[in-house]
Ligand binder design. Structure first.
Ligand code: SF4
Length: 320
């Protein structure tokens, strides 16, 4: 029996290919944001063009490459036939892998046109993007992609502090993140930003809090989520922790970071939908900033009175 494992950033999906006969053979592992859980996943690139962030092991097993457009088109046709047999019409598509916005315009344009033609029911196409991907595309190209249906980008900001970004080898500065997001906003895209609690370690926690709240206020993405930093097996971060070069935060310190970041966010354009529901978080939490800010802070203050000192979050099983 042939099994396909799709390891998302939220949970691992195990699919029995014999049972469902799904026509795509994914180049695993495949990740997608929690909110794309019901999306049809299409790999237009394999791996991540950066692949250096110290805490990330998602694509270390893969060599970055763009897929051939012909191969992608054939995959879309086969999936179209498959969905027709099931009388199913997808509403969302998510382009994988790690920074698929970095793919050439030929690949993105061709893939989006094929999606539009074969799946007219699709209302939204999303993609993971680095700030570099955003900066590398011209304003006109981002507008063209939006016209073709690509309308939401997920950016792993992690922190708004340059010292932290440098230490985790993020590859871009806070200003790059601001400039890249500005281009996307001008082109009419929605942006979902992911920050990481504890990514500055104990040493840079205060700077991380202040600068992350500031950059989120400036960018004011439609969505903002916070994940908890985990020292994942096989990563440089894990080795730094083992050598005592990076001090992980306790559960209480992480919760305090979340509280301080949220309390300092002043959206500069509309409300920000905040979520902290990743599997690496200890507790799910969410709401609209600023509308629900005081409710979220009350909840966090309550948690802070209950969380004992000196306790560290449990590492999810699949990250050990
Ligand atoms: S850019 Fe994203 S996918 Fe690539 S190494 Fe960094 S965290 Fe991982």
């Amino acid at each position: 029996m042939f099994m396909v494992f799709i390891k998302s950033s939220y949970h691992i999906i195990k699919r029995d290919k014999t049972m469902y006969d799904f026509p795509i053979e994914y180049d695993e592992p495949v990740f997608r944001p929690p909110s794309e859980g019901r999306s049809f996943l299409l790999q237009v690139t394999i791996g991540c063009s950066h692949n250096l962030c110290t805490y990330c092991n998602m694509y270390r097993s893969k060599k970055y490459r763009e897929r051939e457009l012909l191969e992608i088109e054939q995959e879309l046709k086969k999936t179209h036939e498959y969905f027709q047999r099931l009388n199913y019409s997808p509403r969302r598509v998510f382009l994988c892998d790690g920074d698929a916005l970095g793919a050439s315009m030929d690949i993105l344009r061709g893939s989006l046109r094929a999606i539009k033609e074969l799946f007219p029911s699709v209302e939204r196409v999303g993609v993971y993007a680095t700030a570099q991907n955003m900066l590398d595309k011209s304003q006109e190209e981002l507008e063209e992609l939006k016209e073709l249906g690509l309308s939401i980008a997920y950016l792993g900001l992690e922190s708004g502090n340059d010292k932290v970004l440098h230490r985790i080898v993020k590859g871009n500065t806070a200003q790059d993140m601001i400039d890249g997001c500005e281009k996307l906003h001008l082109a009419g895209w929605d942006i979902s930003i992911i920050g990481m609690l504890g990514i500055g370690g104990r040493e840079f926690s205060n700077e991380h809090i202040a600068d992350t709240a500031e950059i989120i206020s400036k960018i004011s993405p439609k969505y903002f989520s916070l994940l908890t930093t985990v020292a994942v097996r096989g990563t440089p971060l894990k080795r730094m922790v083992e050598r005592g070069q990076f001090n992980m935060l306790t559960t209480k310190e992480l919760t305090r970071e979340m509280r301080e970041i949220i309390s300092n966010i002043e959206p500069s354009r509309g409300e920000i939908l905040f979520r902290a529901n990743h599997v690496s978080n200890q507790f799910p939490l969410g709401g609209s900033l600023k509308r629900d800010t005081s409710m979220i802070l009350e909840t966090l203050d309550e948690w802070l009175t209950q969380i004992p000192d000196g306790i560290y979050p449990e590492t999810p099983q699949h990250m050990l």
